[in-house]
Design a protein around this ligand. Structure first.
Ligand code: UD1
Length: 418
């Protein structure tokens, strides 16, 4: 089993280019099948989740090849409406195929998606969205069959009970080809949704308000192929910034977008880091031990992102004083705490709160990642720790980080993939 062998205590310093966003690339790749023409998606990160999305699109008849540093998706001939069960269960983002499939082919056959075990993660909101457009949903054993009515999908008034990122993306993808107008209220405002809308608009879709809580869409008859460059990954960039912060280093993230990372950068500066925003990127410097945070609460964008919470918990484990983190998006996202405690951290979990008593130093230990961002948290802790750590379970980390070991090494870390 592969693992990262990390010798802690090396300062992370230097500059690095931001890479393309996983959470933007995945729904955009799925949405590219709406067009039936060639779409070149540039800056897709080289991660296993993107590979899985490639297999999913190929499994229904799409063709994908690497071209000009991007992925060229040709979905002119789609032969199947079913996403195979094993691929469906290989990641949560498989659910992004449902909206585009119902829209394009009038039918989607899916299974309950898999993904990181960080909470219950039901798909009830996605299903209600499809029903609002007139789709009929039925279960056949474990399969969920979603079918457009004979007259086709009709624009809808949708009010999401919670700003779910995935349900908003499926609603947008279903609305763009539905007949008439759609209004999505209570929509998620994440930058990745704006990027999906930018992509769809360049294909000819009519969308207003993406990135706000009310999105208005006028259905069009067809979409055409396009070329699109995915936005920077704010979570990967933030993870590298925290690696610099815990090692009293500095990082210039070229291509980092302040507006996408504001609440995270605010938290970093409250911890005592200096944050400077330039035209072409963001610089973070830490000269001293980090200060604790009285309370950090995750929230939908523009609040503090749940995807940065485990990494922040690892950083606060060595901060000066006691911190509290409240996790408001997923029910079970403190999985890394147990492994961090093995390294000498003092983290106690009470329901959706983590109380973190900062210690001066963590000790290198063998730990095991059990989910993507929790795994990244263990890497951050190992970089800060005294001595050597082996972080196992890196298949979880590699779902969302492309060449994390190489990128950290280029910034001065002593990390090897063994
Ligand atoms: C997306 C991101 C993920 C991030 C999350 C929250 C991608 C590929 N993944 O996941 O990295 O952590 O947003 O920012 O973009 N929920 C329901 N019913 C539903 C859908 C969601 O109850 O039908 C709940 C979830 O269980 C969770 C909350 O809503 O508690 C937020 O989930 P959601 O925003 O949908 O997350 P994802 O789209 O799965």
């Amino acid at each position: 089993m592969e693992q990262y062998k990390i010798k802690g205590g090396r300062r992370i310093e230097g500059s690095i280019d931001a890479c393309g966003s996983k959470n933007a690339a995945l729904p955009i790749l799925a949405a590219s099948i709406l067009t039936g023409e060639e779409c070149l998606i540039e800056r897709c990160p080289a991660i296993s989740d993107v590979n899985k999305m490639k297999y999913i699109i190929e499994s229904i008849g799409g063709r994908i090849k690497e071209e000009d540093g991007g992925l060229l998706v040709d979905s002119s001939f789609l032969g199947s409406t079913e996403v195979p069960r094993d691929l469906m269960q290989s990641m949560r983002s498989s659910v992004f195929m449902a909206g585009p499939l119902i829209s394009r082919l009038g039918r989607a056959e899916i299974y309950r998606p898999g993904g990181c075990r960080i909470g219950m993660r039901p798909i009830d909101m996605h299903i209600s969205v499809f029903e609002a457009f007139g789709a009929k949903i039925r279960s056949e054993d474990e399969k969920i069959v979603c079918e457009a009515p004979p007259g086709g999908l009709k624009g809808a008034e949708i009010k999401l009970p919670f700003p779910s990122v995935g349900a908003t993306e499926n609603a947008v993808c279903t609305a763009v080809l539905a007949e008439g107008s759609t209004v999505i209220r209570g929509a998620a405002c994440e930058p990745e949704i704006e990027d999906l809308a930018t992509f769809l608009k360049s294909c000819g879709a009519e969308i207003e308000g993406a990135g706000s809580s009310v999105i208005k869409i006028k259905g069009v008859k067809r979409l055409s192929g396009t070329r699109h460059k995915v936005i920077s990954d704010r979570i990967e960039g933030g993870t590298l910034m925290l690696a610099a912060a815990v090692t009293r280093g500095s990082l210039f993230l070229r291509g980092g977008v302040f507006a996408h990372m504001e609440s995270f950068l605010m938290a970093l500066s409250l911890c005592g880091c200096s944050v400077t925003v330039y035209n072409d990127g963001i610089e973070v410097k830490a000269q001293n031990r980090l200060s604790s945070l009285e309370k950090l609460a995750t929230a939908p964008h523009p609040g503090f992102p749940t995807d940065m919470q485990p990494q922040m918990m690892a950083a606060l484990a060595t901060a000066d004083g006691e911190s509290r983190i409240e996790e408001n998006i997923f029910e079970n996202r403190f999985g890394a705490a147990k492994e961090l405690n093995k390294m000498g951290a003092h983290i106690e979990i009470y329901g959706k709160n983590a109380i973190i008593k900062g210690v001066r130093c963590l000790e290198g230990k063998d730990t095991e990642a059990s989910d993507l961002r929790g795994g990244a948290a263990l890497v951050i802790a190992a970089l800060a720790a005294e001595g050597e750590s082996n972080v196992g379970g890196i298949k979880h980390i590699e779902r969302g980080y492309s060449g994390l070991d190489e990128r950290l090494r280029s910034l001065g870390a002593d990390i090897e993939r063994t």
